[in-house]
Design a protein around this ligand. Structure first.
Ligand code: C2E
Ligand code: MG
Ligand code: MG
Length: 574
């Protein structure tokens, strides 16, 4: 009885142990997230563990069923999978493969282990299948991100640089040329600011798509950043010549890009080309040089292709140095103002003064506003500089106005960027109020460039200022698009004829005809004409004789420091 009881207890314990083991196996199976196939060569017995139907719609009962797997596998992976499933065919004890199932939605990883007996015959084998789609797509995405730009589908900068250096190495061996073209969409900010970044992005995407269509074996392109693309051409001759590619680009740009939200956008490109080995010997230098040329194209008027030339690098480095110096000067307020007198041509009485900014850099060198104002306009520091000029000149005027007791006009140069600020009119009015200065004693000088951008908008803003009583002068007339026809639509008080006209007015009859028609037109419209840069008595006599109202120039007075200007004001009293 005891013996029997003992046997029963033993069986129970073994049973319990078995179910525990089964449970453990089931858990292990769950944790591996895979399915297994066990095969005994000796017994020719197949056993599957886990749900094979997750992958295949057939069951495996005998080993030959296994070959049905091949019908489910993408052809490109069939050979490697076959080798992985049957490693014993090569007399090795394991195989592994990753393959795509034909429905393309699923990737499986396969591992096989074979055990052999002492004579080298296979005894058992186990095949393990696992769904690795998630890992695979993640790594595909990662690989895509490593090579491509997600917005345009073009190569990204890193991968482009790698391919470009392969071009350069190849060119070094074969004595060939590699051209690098950096392209920047002109006025892209207007699209981004005016229409929104979603439209800006779509435009960049479409330009990228177009550039992709030009690419080929020896032509690659990438999206560098923002609205900037870079293309590289190995051995740019024949149908891969830069000239040919540029013609193709120009042809495409004749038509607008159609945005999905309905807008049509026409663009131009500024393109800089730098060539290996002439411009630079390394990949990054080549890209840099072509970027510098783009910067030059922008300065020369955009919509063009230019090649890199060595002096451009010096110009560029100088402008960078200037930009850095300017930033410091703005922080330290290293500026001061000079004032140049203006006289009525008839009675030679003082009409007013033009406020002109001066900058002496660290090495006590004067830098002309003609040089630093464009840089300040480019990097935005014209806003604080311009505000300082307004504050300083109006303060100075209020001091002189009370010191000398008579009104004159304080004329202040204003940049396009300042006008564009929404609070521009309010900020001027605030300063006038603070210094108790009458608006009619202040004149703002704008250049034609301000109008080219947005005639309607600027005219509206000028009208607000004029309604307030502030005077407006159109500066440098004759250097921009100078159409007399738009003058009547402009809310201005004075027109300043540029010095370049005055310089040749006596020697060139065509200039005389133009000058006289400007003066007449201005009189008809009821404005005042001011001649700039009058240096000679003869010029003054002529201008006076044709009816020019005001004279400004070295002949009557250079720009002066405030203390020097005080003498002029003192004399004007008498
Ligand atoms: P602008 O407004 O046309 O100023 C007239 C320029 O001609 C001044 O040069 C003046 O010194 C110069 N000038 C006047 N009469 C004669 C003359 O008889 N002969 C010669 N050779 N030159 C004469 P400046 O002061 O060098 O200023 C150059 C330009 O820089 C200005 O041209 C103006 O566009 C800009 N600028 C100057 N100050 C400011 C400022 O405070 N703000 C802004 N936004 N621009 C300024
Ligand atoms: Mg001026
Ligand atoms: Mg001028």
């Amino acid at each position: 009885m005891n013996e029997l009881q003992y046997q029963i207890d033993l069986l129970r314990a073994m049973n319990q142990k078995l179910t525990e083991k089964e449970k453990m196996h089931a858990m292990a199976l769950q944790a591996t997230e895979g399915v297994f196939l066990y095969y005994s060569f000796e017994k020719d017995r197949v056993e599957t563990i886990g749900d094979w139907t997750e992958y295949f719609s057939f069951r495996i009962h005998e080993m030959k069923d296994l070959s049905k797997i091949m019908d489910y596998i993408d052809e490109a992976y069939q050979i490697t999978l076959f080798d992985a499933l049957f490693p014993e065919k090569h007399n090795i004890d394991s195989g592994a493969a990753e393959c795509k199932l034909k429905n393309k939605l699923c990737w499986v990883g396969v591992r096989t282990l074979v055990s052999y007996d002492q004579s080298g015959q296979p005894v058992e084998k186990i095949i393990y299948l696992k769904n690795i789609t998630k890992v695979k797509t993640q790594s595909e995405e990662l690989a895509y991100m490593a090579y491509y730009d997600s917005l345009t589908g073009l190569y990204n900068r890193n991968y482009f640089v790698r391919l470009l250096s392969e071009f350069v190495n190849r060119a070094a061996e074969t004595n060939s040329i590699v051209s690098v073209m950096t392209m920047d969409i002109d006025e892209f900010r207007k699209v981004n600011d005016g229409m929104g970044i979603i439209i800006g992005d779509e435009l960049v995407q479409q330009v990228g798509l177009f550039l992709k269509s030009i690419c080929g074996d020896d032509i690659i392109a990438c999206h560098l950043h923002s609205d900037v693309f870079c293309m590289a051409v190995y051995d740019p001759v024949g149908n891969k010549s830069i000239d040919g590619i540029y013609k193709e680009i120009q042809k495409r740009l004749r038509d607008p890009f159609h945005i999905s939200s309905g807008q049509s956008i026409k663009i131009t490109l500024s393109i800089g080309v730098a060539e290996y080995p002439e411009a630079a010997a390394t990949t990054l230098e080549l890209i840099n040089c072509s970027e510098i040329v783009v910067y030059k194209c922008k300065k020369l008027g955009k919509n063009m292709l230019q090649y890199f030339q060595a002096p451009m690098l010096d110009d560029f480095l100088n402008s960078i140095e200037l930009e850095n110096k300017l930033k410091k000067a703005v922080e330290n307020k290293d500026f001061f103002m000079c004032y140049q007198p203006q006289y009525y041509s008839g009675n030679k009485r003082l009409r007013g003064v033009e406020a002109l900014i001066r900058w002496k850099d660290d090495s006590s060198q004067f830098i002309s506003p003609n040089v630093f104002i464009p840089v300040a306009e480019k990097n935005g520091s014209i806003i604080p500089i311009g505000q300082w000029v307004i504050e300083e000149s109006i303060k100075q005027y209020s001091i002189w106005r009370s010191q000398f007791g008579f009104p004159f006009i304080m004329s202040i140069n204003i940049s396009a960027l300042q006008y564009k600020k929404d609070d521009f009119a309010d900020s001027i009015v605030e300063v006038l109020n603070r210094y108790h200065v009458k608006p009619s004693e202040i004149e703002l000088e704008i250049t034609e460039g301000v109008l080219i951008d947005d005639f309607e908008e600027v005219s509206k803003k000028l009208k607000v200022l004029r309604d307030y009583g502030i005077r407006i002068a159109l500066d440098d007339f004759g250097t921009g698009f100078s159409s007399l026809s738009y003058l009547k639509q402009l809310p201005i008080d004075s027109l300043k004829i540029d010095k370049s006209f005055i310089d040749t007015v006596l020697s060139d009859s065509a200039t005389r005809v133009i000058t006289e028609s400007i003066v007449n037109m201005v009189r008809t419209l009821g404005f005042e004409s001011i001649a700039e840069g009058v240096e000679e008595e003869n010029q003054y006599n002529y201008l006076h004789s044709v009816g020019c109202d005001v004279i400004q120039g070295y002949l009557f007075g250079k720009p002066l420091l405030p203390v020097e200007m005080e003498d002029v004001l003192e004399n004007s009293l008498s």
